[in-house]
Design a protein around this ligand. Structure first.
Ligand code: ZN
Length: 343
């Protein structure tokens, strides 16, 4: 990230040089992040290969000491197909780096798009949603200036049975929707949730040895009136029967990207999961929607983006990288030249 220019005025050459080098630095950081994600994906892939090789029904304990029920229903064909997709993911990345501005875009890549098992694809998915919903947020903000934008977090009590906890989470979301509908159609149901004019939310799951699975919801919400946190907590407890921890805070609009990133970053905290646990998450969540939206967040008329049109005429370098020895290394001449090496 580049910070604002500070200090003595420098010549435009110097400024240009700094911009160029910070652009390269940012790209290198990005490649390192992608490299770590791809390496983690390879761990998950290794686990799938192990499952197939070992014949998991005969020796489950070897691979997963706590063998959740959900594993019983995986077919070898599904495993094989998954493995094939993951094997081809992230082998190479191709960027376009625009000469005039130095801005760099991931232009092409071989991606599996199984973001519950692949941190690299989870990053791409998060970035895409962030771009889309940031624009939607801004459109709503302008269209409904009186609504209050907040970040709402609803947590589900920890537990060791992932399937049960996830079912519980999604059932609770359905109850919230029902309460809103009831209040909107003039029902008697008094609800803090009826102050929600619009929302987009997603789940996040982490794991700890001591407390088990920890699912929670992060939701960007536009409120008609400020929520009473205590009342909300009581209501959430009434809905869930076991969970009362909620958090409401005003969205920091001076750093909207950071605030919204809370919603659209990884659904899974991959670093807290073993490959067996990541696979369990995949099995439990693969047919679940990852995002849900309500009210004014639905059907927003998006302004036509002119970003790509603007860039089309600009000259660019094509940068290509291979995933080798656990990281992304330059493979095209322009990429090698940019990073000042030929490895
Ligand atoms: Zn992938």
């Amino acid at each position: 990230m580049t910070g604002p220019e500070k200090g003595l005025p420098s010549s435009s050459d110097k400024q240009e040089g700094r911009k160029q080098s910070s652009g390269v630095e940012a790209l290198e950081k990005r490649l390192a992040r992608y490299g770590n994600a791809a390496a983690r994906q390879r761990n998950n892939l290794g686990y799938l290969a192990q499952l197939l090789d070992a014949g998991r029904h005969s020796t489950p304990d070897m691979l997963n000491p706590v063998w959740p029920d959900v594993f019983k229903y995986v077919l070898d064909d599904e495993l094989k197909a998954l493995k094939a997709k993951l094997e081809n993911c992230g082998e190479w990345l191709q960027f376009r780096r625009y000469k005039e501005t130095g801005s760099t875009h991931l232009y092409r890549a071989s991606l599996c798009r199984i973001d519950l098992l692949c941190p690299l694809c989870a990053i791409q998915r998060g970035a895409k949603h962030l771009r889309n919903y940031k624009t939607k947020f801004e459109v709503i903000r302008m269209g409904y200036p009186r609504l209050i934008p907040v970040l709402l977090t609803l947590t589900i009590k920890n537990g060791f049975d992932l399937q049960e906890r996830i079912d519980h989470l999604f059932r609770s979301v359905e109850k919230i929707k029902g309460k809103r509908r009831n209040a909107k159609s003039g029902g008697r149901c008094q609800s803090e949730f009826s102050k929600i004019a619009g929302a987009v939310g997603s789940y996040e799951i982490s794991y700890s040895e001591k407390h088990g699975w920890h699912p929670h919801l992060h939701i960007v919400v536009f409120l008609t009136d400020w929520i009473d946190q205590k009342a909300l907590s009581e209501e959430w407890l009434a809905i869930t029967g076991d969970s009362k921890i909620v958090d409401v805070r005003l969205i920091d609009e001076t750093n909207l990207t950071k605030s919204l990133n809370e919603i659209f970053k990884y659904a899974l905290k991959f670093h807290s999961l073993t490959p067996a646990q990541a696979f369990e998450c995949y099995l439990v969540l693969k047919n679940r929607k990852k995002l849900f939206s309500l009210g004014v967040m639905r059907g927003v008329q998006m302004p036509k983006s002119n970003t790509m049109e603007g860039l089309e005429d600009e000259a660019y370098d094509e940068l290509q990288y291979w995933f080798r020895d656990g990281k992304y290394k330059p493979s095209s001449p322009a990429a090698k030249k940019l990073h000042g090496g030929d490895d």
